[in-house]
Ligand binder design. Structure first.
Ligand code: KG4
Ligand code: ZN
Length: 344
């Protein structure tokens, strides 16, 4: 089955052609980093305009690279949420229009679930369910029990900032360009992570929930001085920035790893699937190997960590086969799609 995937949830416009859920024939990604960099974060209105400008050329390129006419597509899958409402509407409208005009089925998939599916795309044969799924992205931070593809139970999530959002905000405090995650990773390589002591937040009664906003504020106070009126930029030198980056990154990742270990012991699960932009970070992968070598970890392969349409097409294939039909064209954009907590 040939699936066309469309991704426009935030600041990447992407179209992909994927065969039978895992064979990626093309995966074209048009990033908007240049557009948002000067504002230090995503500007929704600009994001929507750019999606409109580039979606059709990106689609054409995806078809060209897959050497395939539109008529060969069997299913159109689109990320229908979570994401920015205007951005979602552009992808969904394009997908519905194509489905209607080509007379092909249409299916909406959950962008966050697709991040987890990205790690399964190249290695589904090796993974046995249930396993833990860990989403570390710019908009989401969650640990779920993956019972099977499409059936997840939420066991932990952030109560405030997502981890990628915390990286981006700390980078902004340090005067680094957007997106901050890769900048912090690079700077941290030159830093001393022991020079500053930071702590990630704990959520009372929910040991598997995350809280990163206090950590971000601790970085702010370290740079600015508590209750200080001093304004930015400060007299901080490159080495200070590197040390803060290293300490912040280590604190955030140690917190994630401690929670993964706790969850794996509590639920008797040693297979862990990772997804989301922050999983691009090499230090995270190194720390996990070093601290919890007993866990078997599954990571998205190169190009599949950040937002992309191949993961949308891949998951769309499974959703369609499970439902044995597509979605109604009435399916709407969903800015939030929460995972369900278990009923206790
Ligand atoms: O999954 P993603 O592409 O978009 C969302 O669905 O949110 O993730 C983007 C996030 C951004 O916050 C970015 O700073 C972060 O992933 N990120 C990283 C790295 N590369 C991207 N964070 C830490 N280290 C990296 N190497
Ligand atoms: Zn994403």
């Amino acid at each position: 089955m040939i699936v066309l995937g469309i991704e426009t949830t935030c600041d990447e416009t992407s179209c992909a052609i994927v065969k039978d859920g895992c064979e990626i024939l093309s995966n074209v990604i048009s990033s908007q980093i240049d557009l948002h960099a000067e504002y230090g974060g995503v500007v929704p209105e600009l994001s929507c305009r750019r999606h409109i400008d580039v979606l059709i050329p990106v689609l054409q390129q995806a078809l060209d690279e897959a050497k395939m006419p539109l008529s060969m597509v069997d299913l159109i899958a689109v990320a229908h949420g979570p994401g920015l409402i205007g951005a979602l509407l552009i992808g969904i409208t394009a997908a519905k229009t194509l489905a209607l005009t080509l007379n092909k089925p249409f299916i909406g998939v959950n962008h966050v679930e697709a991040h987890l599916y990205a790690a399964l795309m190249s290695q589904s044969a090796a993974i046995t369910f249930p396993c833990l799924g860990v989403v570390l992205s710019g908009g989401h931070t969650a640990i779920v029990m993956m019972n099977e593809i499409g059936n997840y139970t939420l066991i932990g999530q952030t109560v405030d900032d997502a981890i990628g959002e915390a990286f981006d905000k700390v980078a902004k405090l340090l005067g680094l360009p957007y997106p901050g995650g890769p900048q912090i990773e690079t700077l941290a390589q030159k830093g001393d992570k022991t020079r500053f002591t930071f702590k990630a937040g704990r959520v009372k009664g929910h040991p598997l929930d995350f809280s990163f906003s206090g950590l971000k504020t601790a970085v702010l106070y370290t740079l600015k001085g508590q209750n200080s009126e001093s304004s930015f930029p400060l007299n901080i030198i490159e080495q200070d920035k590197a040390d803060v980056s290293a300490a912040f990154q280590a604190t955030a990742f140690n917190d994630v790893i401690d929670k993964i270990l706790y969850a794996s012991e509590k639920y008797g699960c040693s297979n862990v699937v990772f997804g989301g932009g922050v999983t691009n970070n090499k230090e995270l992968r190194r720390l996990l190997r070093a601290k919890v070598p007993q866990l078997q970890t599954f990571w998205p392969s190169f190009g599949l960590s950040l937002d992309n349409a191949a993961m949308i097409a891949g998951l769309g294939y499974h959703c369609y086969n499970k439902k044995k039909q597509g979605d109604s064209l009435d399916l709407e954009a969903a800015t939030r799609i929460p995972f369900q907590r278990p009923i206790v």
